[in-house]
Design a protein around this ligand. Structure first.
Ligand SMILES: [Mg+2]
Length: 252
């Protein structure tokens, strides 16, 4: 049986949950420039309105940054690696960080401004992401040294460090995509789930999905080998788009 057949055989309601960058949006050097291709957006829109199907996007981006890429109706969103989970139509509530967490994050922001001016930096409400993809193209040693240094400083400040391929994400509070997927799975009333993601930060969600349906790892030039032999593999982001299109067509 193909992966599509396996997916269609899962119990309904089926929760289709997807990482964004590298999974439905091709990786680009500057995360601000990343987009979800129009035909993928059309398929997501169709999936969101398919009966007995729930659609979720689970991303490290913050809500503003995700909103620049999609304004889909009727979908679940987990942003900031699960720091904020929103049901379809749900608006975010104001959130307060404890004084000491705010202070530690502010200290890290200062360090970034003084020491990582050549990195691409995302300043999120509760995290700072230091991306070195562009630096790595010309100076891989500098890129790795910067990642190590950022990690050391952040750890010293008592902040949580999430390691991606070319990014260190420094967070005031620790979350993970597996917990986010679990929350959406439970709140949505889904009976099975499919999740696809392309980075090590997706592994907890892939693991959760494989216990309650199917979890798939998306390969890329940066990560051409799957993290384990047993995981379901999708060749690239184009393969994800083709899979979603086929599922949407057959569920309709
Ligand atoms: Mg990704």
């Amino acid at each position: 049986m193909s992966l599509v057949d396996d997916l269609l055989a899962l119990d309904r309601p089926l929760l289709v949950a997807l990482d964004v960058d590298g999974t439905i949006a091709p990786i680009v050097r500057d995360p601000d420039e990343a987009t979800i291709p129009d035909d993928t957006l059309a398929v997501l829109k169709a999936l969101a309105s398919t009966p007995s199907t729930e659609l979720a996007l689970i991303t490290g981006r913050d809500l503003d940054s995700l909103s620049r890429m999609e304004q889909l109706d009727g979908i679940w969103r987990a942003v900031e690696h699960g720091g904020l989970v929103l049901a379809p139509g749900q608006q975010p509530q104001p959130r307060e960080l404890a004084e000491e967490r705010r202070h530690a994050l502010a200290r890290f922001r200062e360090w970034v401004r003084d020491h990582a001016e050549d990195a691409f930096v995302e300043y999120k409400p509760r995290a700072v992401a230091v991306h070195v993809r562009a630096i790595a193209e010309t100076d891989p040693d500098r890129a790795n040294a910067l990642l190590d240094e950022a990690e050391e400083i952040a750890t010293g400040l008592g902040l949580h460090v999430r390691k991606g391929r070319r990014v260190r994400e420094v967070e005031a509070l620790e979350h993970d995509k597996g917990e986010a997927l679990r929350e959406i799975f439970e709140r949505s009333g889904a009976r099975s789930t499919f999740f696809a993601g392309d980075d090590v930060t997706d592994l907890p969600a892939i693991e959760f999905a494989s216990k309650h349906g199917i979890g798939a790892f998306v390969l890329s030039r940066e990560r051409p080998e799957p993290p384990s032999e047993s995981v379901v593999v999708i060749e690239n982001a184009k393969g994800v788009a083709a899979l979603l299109s086929e599922i949407s067509r057959r569920l309709a």
